[in-house]
Design a protein around this ligand. Structure first.
Ligand SMILES: N[C@@H](CCC(=O)N[C@@H](CS)C(=O)NCC(=O)O)C(=O)O
Length: 281
């Protein structure tokens, strides 16, 4: 990256930029090949990968099952985004944005497609009447924190994570800009969590399920190499207290393992977790 780079009048796609996602990213949308999606026997068909955005939904589904809601049973199919599964025609038909997670709700007479992690969380929360207050200030607060997270994740992932960890060469300007924003976002969460047990208030909600995989992974040092040290995670004590509380929830423990090679690549039944050693679960 030359500091004297001058953008040309018209940008053109340089396929060989060398970045970690060079083979995946392109400036166009739509299906690149025909590929049907598999359909399992459960009411919810999830097509995903165990990234933070994917974990939001598997945590929600496992939390609902933990409450004894068997109608939330689901099949979680693996979408290998580094092998371009998200550009198959079946996947694009349920998410024209070609990103995991995407879900089909087959519990009613007609299948309903839902894409975008926040929309999926809301859909499930409203359907089952859990983890989202039904009205008033409490609902507004949960939705505010939910959309705060969905709106800010690209600055943490596509901004900080990309330029600090994945970019083929390090650009100080970009790393400074997104480190600043990521630390500011951690400070927002930390200030809130000094005052309230959960992001939405006293009760655990879809706002926590949305933010936890992102903040938790960076806080624990499980994302972007040395990012926890680089961003001085020890400064965010209230976030740490909240991460530890959520870490311990059984539904969260299971949800974090779905569609990952550390856990289970696909999930079609609660018994799929039985094969995992206790230390993992
Ligand atoms: N705003 C979306 C973001 C989803 C997203 O960025 N998914 C990533 C993985 S975490 C993905 O599928 N990337 C594949 C690609 O960009 O081609 C959401 O919250 O669901």
């Amino acid at each position: 990256m030359a500091e004297d780079y001058v953008p040309p009048k018209v940008w053109t796609w340089d396929k060989s930029n060398g970045g970690a996602f060079a083979a995946v990213n392109r400036p166009t949308a739509g299906a690149q090949r025909e590929a049907e999606l598999p359909v399992g026997e459960h009411p919810f068909q999830l097509y995903s990968l165990g990234t933070p955005n994917g974990q939001k939904v598997t945590i929600m589904l496992e939390e609902l099952l933990e409450l004894g809601i068997t109608a939330a049973e689901y099949d979680a199919w693996l979408i290998k985004i580094f092998e371009n599964d998200q550009f198959g025609s079946g996947f694009v038909s349920i998410n024209p944005n070609s990103k995991i997670p995407a879900m089909v709700d087959r519990s009613g007479p007609e299948p309903i497609r839902v894409f975008e992690s926040g929309a999926i969380l809301m859909h499930l929360a409203e359907k089952f009447g859990h983890f989202l207050p039904s009205s008033g200030a409490a609902r507004a607060e949960v939705l505010s924190w939910l959309f705060w997270q969905v709106g800010s994740a690209p600055f943490m992932g596509g901004g900080f994570g990309h330029f600090y960890h994945y970019a083929p060469f390090k650009i100080e300007y970009a790393i400074d800009r997104y480190s600043m924003e990521t630390k500011r976002l951690f400070d927002v969460a930390n200030n809130r969590l000094k005052e309230t047990r959960f992001l939405g208030g006293d009760d655990y909600s879809i706002a926590d399920m949305s933010a936890y995989p992102w903040l938790g992974n960076i806080y624990r040092g499980e994302a972007y190499g040395e990012a926890a040290t680089f961003l001085s995670m020890h400064e965010y004590e209230a976030v740490g207290r909240w991460v530890a509380e959520i870490d311990a929830r059984p539904g969260v423990k299971r949800g974090r393992l779905v569609n990952t090679n550390k856990g289970i690549l696909e999930r079609h039944s609660g018994s799929d977790f039985a094969a995992l050693p206790e230390v993992v679960l």
